[in-house]
Design a protein around this ligand. Structure first.
Ligand SMILES: [Zn+2]
Length: 257
């Protein structure tokens, strides 16, 4: 049987997988599968929106208007050509109007967001904090690609993400009575901020201040799952950052804010 992971909340102690009564195992499968399908499809659509965010936010353009258009002929993209991943495949990666190539980055961002939404749903489970983690995943996809291209982490993404993640974890803590868990997560968030602040202070070229601003939300989100996850996350993120940073600096000279 497919089972969602994630810690069970006290109020769900008597329920099977925290979804519904243990005497109804068949409905668990349905709920889990439906949630996974729903979140994966949502991830694909969110990924399509993230493509707009990744292109427009660093250029200080509105993410609402005008509607998406072909960068070559400026022809507005019709709804039928805006279906995540599928439209790109059907159009064979070209604009319907001028046949100019459309970057493979667009379907890849959509696909990656869909997969990450599925994995997050599987890991966190059907709990209120799932919303916090899906918001965080979406923000991190956008921030990673903007950082790769422009070497910046826009504040208009970082601060709303921090507020949204903290807000949903607060709602979850209040609903399930897990104030202790939220308190510890807040403590780890503060610790991460201090550590990243010191890293930036002593080595500003290796770690920009944008990373310092982002650190509390990562500490909070990882801290919710306990100290072990905080340590794994810390070393994994620094290792990944070092590998990507060294690869980029090997290809071109770069400086950070
Ligand atoms: Zn075109």
């Amino acid at each position: 049987m497919l089972a969602l992971r994630g810690k069970r909340h006290p109020k769900q102690a008597n329920s099977s997988l925290g979804l519904c009564g243990a005497e109804l195992p068949s409905c668990v499968f349905d709920h889990v599968t439906l949630l996974l399908i729903y979140c994966t499809l949502t991830g694909l659509v969110v990924g399509s929106f993230l493509n707009v965010v990744i292109y427009r936010v660093p250029r200080h353009q509105s993410i609402v208007r005008p509607r998406s258009a072909c960068p070559h002929c400026q022809h507005p993209i019709a709804g039928r050509d805006n279906i995540p991943v599928i439209s790109w495949i059907l159009l064979r990666g070209r604009c319907r109007n001028c046949r100019s190539p459309i970057s493979m980055r667009y379907p890849l961002v959509e696909l990656a967001t869909g997969v990450l939404f599925a994995l997050t749903t599987w890991r966190v489970g059907m709990h209120l904090e799932l919303v916090a983690y899906l918001i965080l995943v979406a923000a991190l996809v956008a921030l990673a690609l903007i950082d790769l291209e422009h070497l910046l982490l826009p504040l208009v993404i970082v601060y709303p993400t921090l507020i949204a993640v903290a807000g949903w974890l607060l709602i979850s803590a209040a609903h399930y009575g897990q104030w202790h868990r939220l308190g510890l997560a807040s403590l780890y968030a503060f610790a991460w901020f201090v550590v990243f602040f010191m890293l930036n202070f002593f080595s500003p070229r290796a770690l920009g201040f944008g990373d310092v601003r982002l650190s509390p939300v990562l500490g909070l989100a990882l801290g919710w799952f306990g100290l072990g996850v905080v340590f794994i996350g810390f070393f994994a993120s620094n290792l990944l950052g070092a590998v990507v940073g060294l690869s980029l600096s090997a290809s071109k000279k770069r400086t950070r804010d």
